[in-house]
Design a protein around this ligand. Structure first.
Ligand code: GLN
Length: 446
């Protein structure tokens, strides 16, 4: 704990933590020491973990990096976090992220951007940017983030660490601030695939507090990391021939695919006809869900309340106008537009149908192949302030939203660096609930 506290203290310029629970972490460490001496310590004893600022932890501030939740403290602890505590993990602090997890660079945070430790003039990715930097710069051993359309995988790729989004519903969402409920999943950011497996096995499983959480039994992922000798691997040809793909990432992909062929795996190009529809579908559906989920922040129930309201209507309006940042407001407006009576069928219903096509095709490919391999991101970490246009930011999610639309598990593992020393991530998707196979395979890639 002292080691990580020292690293946090020395690297405050990276803006990874919004709050550090130093005294509590020390006390937890002492309690774990006592349990170790008594032989009663849990499986995560000694693992120092940071939490993205979207996870509820009783008595602790929770604000999704938003002014809207200024001063708000959670009254309860979410399921995943409680399971970490029960396994004797030590929680070291709350991590910076994009406001309400909306973004891909950590720049929408009310607390300013976190910075990439490989080059602090660049973004760490987002929305779980602070969580990825914290692992990259050794400020904790693991972080817990959330992934709606890539927010665990993309920052992991930009920061050279492992980011893992499990199957939708594998981990309870109880105590996770909702962004787009049919996409949101909690996921670990770690240095090794082994640690991702261990954290998944602790956090996953049925939960009476989230009726959407899967009832399926949780395998001992961390004990099943031996890969099979022969896999069928597909890669989406159009994704790799994409003009927007940075040539160094393309080379890294090709090298990996050759390596897999040399190891005796079947590696084949596959057709995926819906690449162009992925971003529009994702942004229509997630903004719709977000506009509904964020309706609860009205200046009355939680956090920030505008000081100068004259009646109830103006209290709502002013609190929301002052409490939410520009990106969150943009998404609420987009979401209410696509859900409005005159446009519902043209946008929302249509997008639901396209989501079904994307899901069915992805599931079909993942029955034909054990895994689909693709880049995590089209570029390496970009400069802070470089992407001013929201659409260019959205387009950067092209490779991560497929797994989110289909609800299947996906992992990003580091596979090298570009000429400037910026990390490159490789992404692997597997069929729903095939985390054990996915982790075993990812383990040999790192
Ligand atoms: N960048 C994506 C977005 O802005 C993903 C965010 C996320 O996964 N939370 O919606």
């Amino acid at each position: 704990v002292e080691y990580y506290l020292g690293n946090i203290e020395r690297q405050q310029h990276l803006n990874a933590f919004l709050e550090v629970w130093a005294d509590e972490a020390r006390a937890q460490a002492e309690a774990v020491d006592a349990k170790l001496a008594a032989g009663t310590a849990g499986p995560l004893a000694g693992m120092v973990v940071g939490l993205k600022d979207v996870l509820a932890y009783a008595g602790h501030s929770l604000q999704s990096s938003s002014r809207m939740l200024d001063g708000f403290k959670s009254l309860f602890t979410g399921t995943a976090v409680q399971r970490l505590l029960d396994a004797d993990a030590i929680l070291i602090g709350r991590q910076n992220c994009d406001e309400f997890a909306m973004g891909g660079s950590n720049e929408t945070s009310y607390f300013g951007p976190a910075r990439n430790a490989a080059d602090p003039s660049r973004v760490p990715g987002g929305s779980s940017g602070g969580s990825a930097v914290a692992v990259q710069a050794d400020m904790c051993l693991a972080s817990i983030g959330s992934d709606t359309g890539g927010s665990v995988r993309q920052p992991a790729a930009f920061c050279g660490v492992v980011g893992f989004k499990p199957t939708y519903s594998r981990i309870s969402r109880y105590g996770l601030v909702a962004f787009a409920s049919s996409f949101d999943q909690i996921g670990p950011i770690t240095r090794s695939v082994q640690d991702a497996a261990l954290l998944l096995e602790i956090m996953a499983g049925p939960d009476g507090m989230d009726s959407t959480a899967s009832q399926r039994e949780v395998p001992k992922y961390s004990e099943q990391l031996t890969p099979a000798a022969h896999y069928r691997i597909g890669y989406i040809a159009d994704a790799i021939d994409n003009e927007g793909l940075n040539p160094e990432i393309k080379d890294a992909m090709a090298t990996q695919l050759d390596l897999l062929r040399d190891q005796g795996h079947l590696v084949e190009a596959v057709e995926f006809p819906y690449l162009d529809f992925m971003i529009p579908t994702y942004y229509i559906l997630t903004t719709a869900e977000a506009s509904s989920n964020l309706g609860r922040f009205d200046g009355v129930k939680y956090g920030y309340r505008a000081p100068d309201a004259t009646d109830l209507e103006s209290l709502y309006k002013k609190s929301r106008a002052q409490g939410f940042g520009a990106e969150v407001q943009r998404r609420i407006l987009l979401g209410t537009f696509v859900l409005s009576a005159n446009y519902y069928d043209a946008y929302y219903t249509k997008a639901q149908r396209v989501r079904r096509l994307i899901k069915d095709k992805t599931d079909e490919l993942l029955r034909q192949y054990d895994f689909l391999v693709l880049p995590t991101t089209p570029t390496t970490a970009f400069k802070i302030g470089e992407k001013q246009d929201p659409v260019s930011m959205y387009l950067a999610d092209i490779f991560t939203v497929q797994a989110s639309l289909a609800g299947v598990p996906a992992i990003s593992v580091p596979v090298g660096e570009d000429a400037a020393g910026l990390p490159i991530g490789l992404q692997v998707m597997a069929g729903a609930f095939r985390e054990a196979e996915l982790l075993a395979f990812a383990n040999v890639l790192t």
